[in-house]
Write a protein that binds this ligand. Structure first.
Ligand code: PLP
Length: 423
């Protein structure tokens, strides 16, 4: 549906809201509200699945990006498998129908006790230090292990999400291989797989492809036992859509990637799986976070737009300085060309509670609705009840344009559901 509103070119083009308008959805479910579009989610899954037609190729969805059960079920129905990194992520993935063989446990700094949770369910565990390998040996003697390597190449949109190279806590280096082999042999474990993850949100594939080469070279050392080679995730999306930011060229990347893995399989006779491990690319763009404008004010030269989108609902701007495109809906209004600089802020008691800083946007007023686009990855999963605000509800627009609740809004009672009332 084309909206008659202030700034909605992107959602208009995508027919994002299905049969209802954002006003109707806000009325029906309240705000703040996470809204997901099933068609876009499926498209993103299919684009990644098309990176290679090698029979061993699989797309491992990183549950950490978005763990909503309804989305996980859709992702599974598209033929993806799951990367979980905590018992909670294994639990939700299994509730969504992923089998043990379809889950890889890629963890960091956990206890041997915690390792038992995936192991008892038949799930392969990937460890990322020699100490953790030793721990795995103690609880999984005679079993299989996956080891995460640090290829020495990092990539990402912020230093907090670069997860390879000299500065990070993740993975073991090539110099650790002799000791790794010694630990494996002492516990009679088989090295079933190797993996890496160089960081999050790349739009130029070259760093990733270089790291693919590094991991494939390394893999040669561990044949023929190896069953899986996992190159990690980090596939970026264009957060600056209104500025015309280019998409990652997945077709070109796929050609390079596919050629590399096929050449490797041909040369070595490797018959195992090749995985990528993507979260953001799959779940970010199918979602926006809808909020209400309650108030506007000028502090000297600065104009603030006060909304219910506190950073308890979407942490990324505060955590990483991340940019989310903003749309503005006002029923009956025409697209407004008169832009002005405004900062969109939330209702949390911190001066850092800024969703979008100094943006050129149509002049907003109380009663408008605002949407932060591309909120489906590291959005709801990082939300909190800080200031005892309630976590938002989540709604899915299905492929026929119909809406349905896929997680209810928290209630005041939920805030105390872990606390005995006579405490
Ligand atoms: C080990 C591992 N794999 C995959 C991912 C998914 O990354 P992205 O959502 O950028 O694809 C992450 C993200 O932190 C990760 O740590």
């Amino acid at each position: 549906m084309k909206l008659n509103t202030l700034r909605s070119a992107y959602t208009d083009r995508m027919e994002f809201f299905g049969k209802l308008s954002p006003y109707e959805l806000a009325k029906k479910y309240g705000t703040p509200l996470y809204i997901y579009n099933e068609r876009i989610l499926r498209e993103r899954c299919r684009e990644l699945m098309a990176l290679s037609d090698h029979p061993g190729f699989a797309v491992n969805y990183s549950v950490k990006a978005n763990a909503n059960l309804a989305l996980l079920r859709i992702i599974r129905s598209e033929g993806l498998i799951a990367d979980s990194m905590s018992p909670g992520e294994v639990y939700v993935a299994m509730q969504a129908g992923f089998s043990a063989e379809q889950i890889l446990y890629v963890c960091n700094n956990i206890s041997g006790e915690e390792m038992r949770y995936p192991l008892e369910r038949g799930i392969l565990v990937s460890v990322d230090s020699l100490y953790q390998l030793e721990e795995l040996g103690r609880v999984n003697r005679g079993g299989r292990a996956v080891v995460r390597f640090n290829p020495g190449i990092g990539a990402g949109h912020h230093k907090k999400v670069i997860t390879a190279g000299a500065e990070t806590k993740f993975g073991i280096g090539a110099a650790d291989i002799p000791e790794m082999l010694e630990i494996l042999s002492r516990y009679d474990m088989k090295l079933a797989g190797i993996n890496q993850h160089i960081g999050s949100l790349f739009l130029d594939p070259q760093g990733y492809l270089d790291a693919v080469d590094v991991l494939l070279d390394l893999a040669r050392e561990f044949l023929p036992d190896l069953e899986l080679i996992d190159f990690g995730g980090g596939f970026g999306i264009p957060y600056q859509k209104y500025a015309g930011q280019e998409r990652l060229d997945l077709k070109a990347m796929g050609r390079e990637f596919d050629a590399r893995i096929k050449a490797f399989a041909r040369e070595t006779g490797y018959a195992g799986r090749f995985l990528i491990e993507s979260g953001r690319y799959i779940s970010a763009e199918c979602c926006l976070l809808l909020g209400a404008v309650h108030n506007t004010k000028n502090n000297g030269e600065k104009r603030f737009v006060g909304t219910d989108l506190g950073f308890n609902t979407l942490m990324r701007p505060v955590l990483y300085g991340s940019f989310h495109d903003i749309e503005v809906y006002r029923e009956g209004a025409g697209p407004d060309e008169k832009l002005m600089s405004q900062s969109i802020v939330g209702n949390i008691c911190e001066s850092g509670d800024i969703l979008a800083k100094d943006r050129e946007l149509p002049e907003m007023q109380a009663g408008d609705l605002v949407a932060a686009l591309d909120a489906g990855a590291y959005g709801y999963v990082m939300s909190s009840s800080y200031n005892q605000r309630l976590r938002p509800a989540e709604v899915l627009i299905d492929e026929n344009g119909n809406d349905r609740l896929i997680r209810r809004r928290e209630t005041l009672e939920d805030l105390l559901h872990l606390t005995p009332l006579d405490v």
